[in-house]
Structure formats: C-alpha cells, structure tokens
Design a protein around this ligand. Structure first.
Ligand code: GAR
Length: 193
C-alpha cells in the first residue's frame, strides 16, 4: 500500500478534502494508496481532531520545542519516515522547511499555495492580488524544492477577482478550488508512480 502523509498547521480543509476524495474514489482499491497519517506542528490544529475521528494516525510535533529548524525537521522526518510514504503532502503547513528535509523527500513532496505562482509567493496572497488590481487569482499545486514556492507546477485553478471582493471571500472561493485540484493532482501522481 502506498502511504500518503499529510502535514498541516491549522484547519486542514485541504487535508479533509483529500481524505474524503480518497474514500469516495476508493483509492485503497483503485490506487493501492491511503492517507496513513496527518501530522501538525501545532497541537491545537483543528484538522488533527478531525483526522483522528476518521481513524487516521494523527500526531503533533511542536516546533517551539526545538532549538533549531534542523532539529525540528529531523524529528518530523523521523515521524514521517515511520510510514515510508510515497507522497508527503503539505496542506496549509506553515513552516519553512530546511534544504535537508526537502532533499530527503525529493520528488515526493508537494505543496498547495493560494496564488497563481510564480505570482505572489509567500504570505497574504489574496490581499496582494486585490491590491495589485489583478483580475484573476487562484491556487497552485507544485513540487517542493529548496526555494520557497518555486518548484515545478503540477496544477493550477483560476478564480476571477470580483469588484467587491475582500481578502476573506476571495480566499474562500479559491479554497473551494483548492479542494478540487489537490486531491485530483495527488491521484494523478499516485497513478503515474
Ligand atoms: C490554504 O489556502 C493553502 O493554500 C494555504 O493555507 C491554506 C490552508 O487551509 N497554504 C499556504 O499559504 C502555504 N504557503 P486549510 O488548512 O484549510 O487546508
């Protein structure tokens, strides 16, 4: 069975969309794949509780308990590697990862970012798109490389920016699209692996 490990920091709605799609599309039988674990750097991440209720292994490793990024990433790697994952999925995981971590999972580490990369890497993507007068926003699924939000693009969804858009309602519309393209991209990657 191919294991997927999902990393979250908060609500985990992308993680939930992946878990629900895996169930609906019967990835276990069709793709020989399962979401094996959900890990958060924040114990209070509400997504962790949801995952636990689904019977998925859930754990938190508090980044604040470590002296350095390297030490945290080592502990995280150790926990992830217990599942020998085919794919490590960042789903709202709000930590910058060390080059060592990224190299360790080269080719099997993906992220979703709430903008049409290469535009608006980093934070506050929706407000920045509105402020720039963009007519379209969106989301990007990409391979993770050592440079933040720069790896090869696997999928994108485009969402029009409306006259009356606020950061919050644009984010909500983009998130709805994220919930479609992320599971879809993962299924494609698992099929081609
Ligand atoms: C999503 O919009 C995701 O694209 C974004 O955080 C949100 C997490 O929502 N990720 C980043 O900004 C990564 N730089 P979720 O916890 O409900 O999936």
């Amino acid at each position: 069975m191919k294991n997927i490990v999902i990393l979250i920091s908060g609500g985990g709605s992308n993680m939930a969309a992946i878990v629900k799609t895996a169930k609906k599309q019967d990835w276990a039988t069709r793709l020989n794949a399962q979401v094996a674990a959900v890990i958060s750097n924040r114990a209070e991440a509400t997504g962790l509780l949801w995952a636990k209720k689904q019977g998925i292994d859930s754990a938190s490793i508090d980044h604040k308990a470590f002296d350095s990024r390297e030490a945290f990433d080592q502990a995280l790697m150790q926990r992830i590697d217990a599942y020998s994952p085919s794919l490590v999925v960042l789903a709202g995981f709000m930590r910058i990862l060390t080059p060592g971590f990224v190299a360790h999972y080269a080719g099997r580490l993906i992220n979703i970012h709430p903008s049409l990369l290469p535009a608006f890497a980093g934070l506050h993507t929706h407000q920045r798109a509105i402020d720039a007068g963009c007519k379209f926003a969106g989301a990007t699924v990409h391979q993770v490389t050592a440079e933040l939000d720069v790896g090869p693009i696997l999928a994108q969804a485009v969402v029009p920016i409306l006259e009356a858009d606020t950061e919050a309602n644009l984010a909500a519309r983009v998130l709805t699209q994220e919930h479609l393209i992320y599971p879809d991209t993962i299924a494609k990657l698992l099929t081609s692996n």
